[in-house]
Design a binder for this molecule. Structure first.
Ligand code: NAP
Ligand code: HSE
Length: 426
């Protein structure tokens, strides 16, 4: 009962996984009832220093040989990126080998094609680690909640940005040093632009939405903004108003269509997601019958992520050893994607304005004239200038954008200095 495992990628996650397959082999066999034999670990540079030593013959720089070697029964893709990872995964699936991957970028972009290839070969494509690191969320959505009509999913699904925001909010750390620390800790992608620009979270949001609503959502369907423009002064003002910033993935199916977005969001400081700190992730699922579910835990890092990958390897190995064709796990039907402009959002606006009679009336008329309603306003004065902080009620994104543009045109407004979406209290 031995399964030969070939790993493509021996970096933060692949290195941690390979080390565990070698050092915990007996414990895995005792608990899972099967033996996992690490045959290969493919890397780009054989000469690179690595934190773990591997037996002779395990390290290779020829990933295609790993996929083709008959002693490899199961392929684990932990290289990241689109190519050559995508074609190697497809090749493995077409040759009848199950694949486990943590590559959210690949799954969000080519998941439908890869899932169909796996189905055609009667093997599994499992990707629990692609969203939420160690948190079990893919299997709960695709299996445990397969019968629930999920209406909304909110997620903090990027550990790097949550770590940066926590450092900025709690310790007043500068953005650049918090990002450098997240890279040192192994949370960030090889190119951290994917993290801070919202791209990594958008891929994860696309996967969550596809599984939650049964409609395929690709990464290109997700509206995204990152955390790069957030200023320390707005973190401070927001805290005074009872909010804190998170890079939030919001996916909803209102009956009028599915919408998926990722952007900096101010959330009320008593919201359950406000307690999710550092590299932790959380996914909050709403449905008519389950009401609310919260999945939370370590969202990034080598060992937590390797645990989720190992779980998928064990599941897939059991299927392989049972010898049967694996039935399809998910189905994607047709569905309407809602334009982001139609989606109702609330905003925090910081305006730097002239402090003289009639200014507030003009500003309020401009906001109201664009069908946006003000929930609260605070004025902080200094000499002949003032800072105005507004929180608006939910109304269509398009109306908010028109209101913000019109405010910027007013003579009395020196600057629309910040505009950040707000999660209304539930
Ligand atoms: P990483 O540290 O950058 O490691 C990537 C590995 O792939 C390295 O060993 C690299 O070789 C190898 N590689 C890259 N291109 C290759 C090529 N063309 N041929 C052969 N080997 C190649 O990445 P990671 O952080 O482990 O992430 C791996 C995957 O897991 C990504 O899809 C990522 O999004 C996902 N993920 C990561 C985390 C996390 O916390 N890090 C969490 C969840 C999911 P060298 O070592 O020689 O450079
Ligand atoms: N770079 C990703 C993050 C890794 O920071 O969340 C986990 O997917």
């Amino acid at each position: 009962m031995t399964v030969g495992v070939g790993i493509l990628g021996g970096g933060t996650v692949g290195g941690a996984l390979a080390h565990r397959l070698l050092t915990e082999r007996q414990a895995i066999a005792d608990k899972a009832g099967l033996s996992l034999d690490l045959r290969y670990l493919a890397v780009r540079e054989l000469g690179k220093p690595r934190p773990y030593a591997f037996p002779a013959g395990v390290l290779t720089d020829r990933p295609e040989d790993v996929v083709n070697d008959p002693s490899v029964n199961l392929v684990v893709e932990l290289m990241g990126g689109m190519e050559p990872a995508g074609d190697l995964v497809l090749q493995a699936l077409k040759s009848g080998k199950p694949v486990v991957t943590a590559n959210k970028e690949l799954v969000a972009a080519r998941g439908k094609e890869l899932i169909e290839a796996a189905e055609a070969s009667g093997v599994s494509l499992l990707f629990e680690a692609a969203v939420g690191g160690a948190i079990p969320i893919i299997r709960p959505l695709s299996e445990s909640l397969a019968g629930e009509r999920i209406s909304e999913v909110l997620g903090i699904v990027n550990g790097t940005t949550n770590y940066i925001l926590t450092q900025m909010c709690d310790n007043g750390a500068p953005y650049s040093s918090a990002l450098a620390k997240a890279q040192d800790l192994g949370y960030a992608e090889a190119d951290p632009t994917a993290d801070v620009s919202g791209g990594d979270a958008a891929s994860k949001a696309a996967i969550l939405a596809s599984l939650s609503f049964g409609t395929w959502v690709g990464s290109e369907d997700v509206y995204r903004e990152g955390i790069e423009d957030l200023l320390a002064i707005d973190i401070s003002y927001a805290a005074d108003l009872g909010y804190l910033p998170k890079l939030l993935a919001v996916a909803s199916d209102t009956g009028e269509g599915v919408s998926v977005r990722v952007h900096t969001t101010l959330i009320p400081s008593d919201h359950p997601l406000a307690t999710v700190r550092g590299s932790q992730n959380a996914v909050y699922v709403k449905g008519p019958d389950v009401d609310e579910l919260l999945f939370a835990g370590p969202g990034a890092g080598g060992d937590p992520t390797a645990t989720a990958v190992l779980g998928d390897i064990i599941t897939s190995s059991r299927e392989l050893l049972a010898g049967a064709q694996v039935p399809p796990r998910v189905r994607f039907g047709p569905g309407r994607l809602r334009a982001f402009e139609e989606v109702e959002t609330s905003w925090y606006l910081r305006l730097e304005v002239m402090d003289k009679p009639g200014v507030l009336a003009q500003i309020a008329a401009t906001i109201g004239g664009n069908a946006v309603s003000i929930e609260s306003m605070v004025q902080l004065g200094r000499d002949d200038e003032a800072t105005l902080l507004f929180i608006t009620h939910p109304s269509p994104e398009a109306d908010h954008r028109k209101a913000i543009a019109a405010l910027g045109e007013l003579d009395v407004v020196r600057q629309v200095a910040a505009a950040i979406r707000v999660l209304p209290p539930t």
